[in-house]
Design a protein around this ligand. Structure first.
Ligand code: GAP
Length: 554
């Protein structure tokens, strides 16, 4: 169950994570369980900080986003409507000789090959593909493997009682769209954010916490007006360049501007927690890669130690977050499957529509009709006729004049665990020094941004055997504790205590010494404050310490 020893940097990171209590293998004393990881004391704090920062940035600090916390197990009808029951699968194949199981696309990729999708939509292994374990070329044809974990609700294990552990948090947001809209007094454009566990029975979990079977997501579904509605109200839809922040949201933004806005907002978020833009990459999905309902998807990548290089030798990066423009697919699906209306009424649209010239109305009507017909055709049930589809699309387009439409959605969807791994990989630094006697020692510093650092300040009395120092240090600890996570440590030399906090990634250490007690009267009630990254020290008044720290960790 150990990580494959193919990447020295990853090996060091995994080892530090265990040694310092960031991440442990789940059920380790029983040999572990593949694809499941536990967060230790430092990891739990780091994770909490990351989620708190996301929640703050995405909901509390915004007027236009509301939060949700839904259940992990929901009606299985949700997963039928979303398409997960029928299509949420990875191609899997087995080695006939050693019986090892692989994700077919990864198996090919690891050998510099590309999995083939034939005209009928079935996957085929390219010639030469071999087993990565025993080199045999006798592999089964790839077959779809649904990634959802199944369980039964209630005491009877029958087909009727099957339920799934959610493979994404997003669907609960769509299913509760109307309830949130009605109770939060929001109006489109607005978003619903959620953080929570997701489960996928990955064929081959790998790269530590990068791809696991139980993980957490931070998802925002941001609902916007369809472009035809924006045009009816604002006269036109603005286009923005594909790079750079488009600025504050405007009424004439269509899906493309909103999509670009969220890509840039998310990059700002990452920069704000210490991931420099140079550590990130971007992948704009090609039309062939896009889901049929998606208009665009930009993946924000992080350059992990295991990330591969392109032909020019540049590290490409692996997906941290995907920002997808998902059209009105999700709400439309839930409307069709549940029979409950998912559209909104917009008085502004109704009023604007009445004032539009006939040609403009016809043009917008036709475009909306075509989009609806396209969606309805692609997701038609077997018994639906083209006439029924046209009739439904006509009804939908007629709704514009009444101020009705189904919102589109932009979805920034991030993985908590992947971000934790990115932050750990980014923070990791080691220095090896040889002293005058030839003794070599390696020191580790986790250079976390103060906002995410698990411990914000180490609090040390200079000496353990001086009760006055201990008492004062404990007073400082108690002063800071309600405001931030601090760590009181009186054991060992001050150098050792600094080193322990450097490894934990604590950005500041506070030492209480004899000057604090007034040995030099002018320094009474001041402490030494040491910076983790350069070891510099300065003197700060205890009365100013809390605000000094708060201004740096928020
Ligand atoms: N609602 C859209 C959605 O779920 P996704 O690209 O499948 O999209 C979103 O997942 C994010 O969730 C990914 O960018 C990644 O950060 C995280 N994620 C997905 N599968 C994961 C896994 N097996 N282990 C850890 N994180 C995962």
């Amino acid at each position: 169950m150990a990580e494959p020893k193919e990447n020295l940097q990853m090996e060091k990171i995994v080892s530090l994570c265990k040694r310092r209590g960031f991440v442990f293998q789940s059920s380790e004393i029983y040999g572990g369980i593949n694809g499941f990881w536990d967060y230790g004391p430092l990891g739990a704090e780091l994770k909490r900080n990351v989620k708190e920062l996301w929640w703050n940035a995405m909901t509390r600090q915004r007027e236009d986003v509301a939060g949700l916390e839904a259940t992990i197990i929901m009606s299985p009808a949700i997963w039928k409507a979303s398409g997960h029951v029928d299509t949420f699968s990875d191609p899997m194949c087995d080695c006939k000789k050693c019986k090892k199981r692989f994700r077919a696309d990864q198996l090919c990729e690891d050998q510099g090959l590309t999995l083939i999708k034939n005209a009928a939509g079935k996957f085929e292994l390219p010639a030469g593909t071999k087993c990565m374990s025993c080199d045999s070329k006798e592999l089964t044809e790839p077959r779809p493997f649904n990634l959802m974990f199944k369980t039964y609700v209630g005491p009877v294990e029958s087909e009727d009682n099957i339920a799934y552990l959610r493979p994404e948090t997003a669907q609960a947001i769509f299913a509760q769209f109307k309830n949130v809209l009605e109770t939060s007094r929001q109006k489109v454009p607005f978003g619903i954010g959620q953080i929570g566990k997701a489960f996928r029975n990955e064929v081959t979990p790998r790269n530590f916490i990068f791809r696991s079977r139980e993980f957490e997501q931070m998802e925002l579904e941001f609902f916007i007006k369809p472009d035809e509605v924006v045009e009816a109200i604002s006269g036109s839809v603005v286009t923005v360049p594909e790079t750079g922040h488009p600025g504050e949201p405007q009424a004439n933004w269509g899906w493309q501007a909103w999509h670009q806005y969220w890509v840039e907002e998310r990059v700002r978020f990452y920069e704000g927690i210490g991931l420099d833009r140079s550590t990130l990459g971007f992948h704009r999905q090609t039309p062939a890669e896009l889901a049929h309902y998606a208009r665009a998807c930009v993946d924000i990548l992080f350059k992990f130690p295991f990330s591969k290089k392109d032909e020019q030798g540049n590290v490409v990066g692996d997906e941290l977050e995907g920002i997808a423009a998902r059209s009105d697919f999700d709400l439309s699906q839930h409307q069709r499957f549940s029979g409950k209306p998912m559209g909104v009424f917009d008085e502004e649209l109704r009023a604007a529509w009445g004032k539009l010239p006939k040609e403009k109305q016809d043009d917008l009507w036709k475009r909306y009709y075509d989009n609806r017909k396209n969606y309805l055709t692609k997701s038609a049930k077997p018994d639906e006729t083209p006439e029924q589809i046209s009739q439904q699309a006509t009804e939908d387009a007629n709704g514009l004049a009444k101020g009705q439409y189904i919102p589109h959605v932009i979805e920034p969807s991030a993985g908590v665990d992947r971000l934790i791994l990115a932050l750990i990989a980014n923070a990791y630094s080691e220095t090896t020094e040889t002293d005058a006697k030839g003794k070599t020692e390696t020191t580790y510093v986790m250079k976390f941004h103060p906002r995410v650092a698990p411990i914000k300040a180490g609090i040390f009395p200079l000496l353990k055997n001086k009760p006055e120092l201990l008492k004062k240090a404990q007073e400082v600890r108690d002063l800071l504790r309600p405001w931030m996570n601090v760590y009181y440590d009186e054991a060992g030399s001050i150098g050792k205590r600094y080193a322990r906090q450097d490894e934990a990634g604590t950005p500041f250490c506070v030492t209480i010494d004899f000057d604090t007690l007034g040995e030099k009267p002018e320094l009474l009630d001041t402490v030494t404050l040491r910076y983790r990254d350069d070891g510099k020290q300065e003197r700060v008044k205890i009365s100013e310490l809390r605000d000094w720290l708060l201004s740096r960790i928020r």
